[in-house]
Design a protein around this ligand. Structure first.
Ligand SMILES: *[C@@H]1O[C@H](CO)[C@@H](O)[C@H](O)[C@H]1NC(C)=O
Ligand SMILES: *[C@@H]1O[C@H](CO)[C@@H](O)[C@H](O)[C@H]1NC(C)=O
Ligand SMILES: CC(=O)N[C@H]1CO[C@H](CO)[C@@H](O)[C@@H]1O
Length: 437
């Protein structure tokens, strides 16, 4: 930084400037070099200032879990979308179903890993997000897990500590088997289920928190080994993720009760080798556990805060800072999506450019079908409907650049319309010209 010091002189090695240089030629050489440094400094400083004049552009990407999303309904197969989107926006908020890929994951500095229940509360404006450098992660293992499987999970935890340096600090085994049950809801077609002993899970989390001061929780529950036929569909990249629904129930329970980040990985016996396997399901076949992505995600997941004034003081991220939301076209009915849409509706009533600037753009993606049927028109939500994630990311890039996405398409820009004000009696009145205002 010494080179950038004001005053226009190169510092000497001793750290002081030396204005009287004895040698002319050396001085002129210094001059050129100095000019170059100055120019570069100016470019850098102006660049930095320019960036500071724009607030961060924040997007939320949602792919609900256990609803058979054709992209994101398998083993982390929406992760490429998240990676691409994160290279366009300043901050991307997404959830474990998008970012987890069993043995695989991808560390992206500007993605916030937010559990689904917390993401919904965030969208409703009740919780705020606080990015961290690291969390103290605790691991809860279901006592229903057989010894061999338990050792596998612990070896993964050790591996992430030794080879990735993750702050996983302690584990605990539940005092009762959790007894996970899963099924498909016949009405909605979503996967769902329950755990028989939620109290045992909560006791384990409480103990870990009190004893080891952890502030993020990974849960591994023993899941019933899958029905071969259903598993085959999933391995072929069809149908729905049968584990996902109840996995979400487990992490929601912990997040709701403790207000700290949580994510879940199922413990399953390794299935027999499947010779034909759809690539989008393959990440779940390359190891013994689904735990690495969970530990990586939790290691620096943002913390949640509930007190607005304290949150403001500490620079938390609020739902009102979200610029755009991307979700599958028929999955607009979740709490999070509805809450973002409501921010939008409420804000439309407030006139003024600052509030308009805060309305999140909601982009719905048609290529991503789910078993749901909650489309924006059914719910009365105003969205930009696009065919696929290529288009979605283009629309987001335009939105961030302040460009009307329609101007990127053929003949989408019509002649400017004249404003008119229609009063309640039905007569059109002219807008007063500026001299009258
Ligand atoms: C919220 O935080 C503020 C400032 O830190 C504090 O004065 C206030 O008591 C807190 N409110 C609640 C309900 O905890
Ligand atoms: C989805 O809802 C629309 C309108 O309510 C209806 O016409 C359509 O048949 C539904 N589709 C499915 C697959 O349920
Ligand atoms: C609801 C919807 O638009 N679904 C589309 C999902 O994507 C497939 C192609 O991948 C389309 O055929 C569906 O129409």
């Amino acid at each position: 930084m010494a080179l950038l010091s004001p005053g226009g002189r190169l510092p000497t090695l001793a750290g002081r400037s030396n204005p009287r240089r004895p040698c002319r030629s050396l001085a002129s050489c210094y001059g050129y070099w100095y000019m170059y440094v100055c120019t570069m400094t100016l470019v850098c400083v102006c660049g930095a200032l320019f960036l500071q004049f724009k607030r961060d552009y924040t997007s939320v990407m949602i792919v609900p879990t256990g609803v058979g999303a054709s992209i994101g309904g398998f083993a982390g197969d929406a992760l490429p979308v998240a990676r691409t989107l994160a290279s366009v926006v300043d901050c991307l908020i997404s959830h474990p179903n998008v970012l987890n890929a069993a043995m695989l994951y991808w560390p992206i500095p500007n993605i916030l890993y937010v559990e689904g229940y917390a993401l919904d509360r965030f969208a409703e404006g009740k919780w705020t997000l606080h990015p961290v450098h690291q969390n103290r992660v605790g691991l809860v293992l279901d006592s229903g897990i057989e010894e061999e499987l338990r050792i596998r999970q612990l070896q993964v935890a050790d591996a992430t500590r030794a080879s990735l340096g993750l702050p996983v600090v302690e584990y605990i085994v539940t005092d009762q088997p959790l007894q996970v049950e899963k099924w498909v809801d016949p009405k909605s077609g979503q996967s769902t289920g329950r755990i028989k002993h939620p109290d045992s899970l909560l006791r384990a989390v409480q103990k870990l928190r009190d004893r080891s001061m952890v502030n993020a929780i990974a849960v591994v529950a023993r899941f019933p080994d899958d029905d071969i036929k259903e598993m085959d569909d999933y391995r072929q990249g069809m149908g729905i993720d049968l584990l996902a629904g109840v996995e979400a129930i487990i992490s929601h329970l912990v997040v709701k009760n403790f207000g700290i980040p949580c994510a879940h990985a199922p413990a399953l016996m390794s299935p027999p080798l499947g010779k034909s396997l759809c690539p989008k399901s393959a990440a779940e076949e390359i190891g013994y556990t689904f735990l690495p992505c969970v530990l990586a995600g939790l290691s620096n997941a943002p913390q949640y805060m509930f007190n607005k004034s304290e949150s403001l003081e500490r620079g938390g991220i609020f739902a009102s800072q979200v610029d755009s939301v991307i979700l599958p076209v028929d999955a607009c009915g979740g709490d999070g999506a509805l809450a973002f849409a409501k921010i939008k509706r409420n804000k439309v009533k407030i006139y003024g450019t600052s509030s308009l600037d805060l309305m999140p753009l909601i982009v719905t993606v048609a290529e991503n079908e789910t078993v749901l049927n909650d489309t924006h028109d059914k719910l009365g939500i105003e969205t930009v409907k696009v065919s696929n994630y290529w288009e979605a990311i283009g629309v987001i890039a335009a939105h961030k650049a302040g460009v009307d996405p329609n101007s990127l398409r053929r003949n989408r820009i019509k002649n400017l319309r004249q404003a008119s004000v229609i009063p309640s009696n039905g007569y059109t009145v002219a807008v007063p010209d500026s001299s009258q205002i």
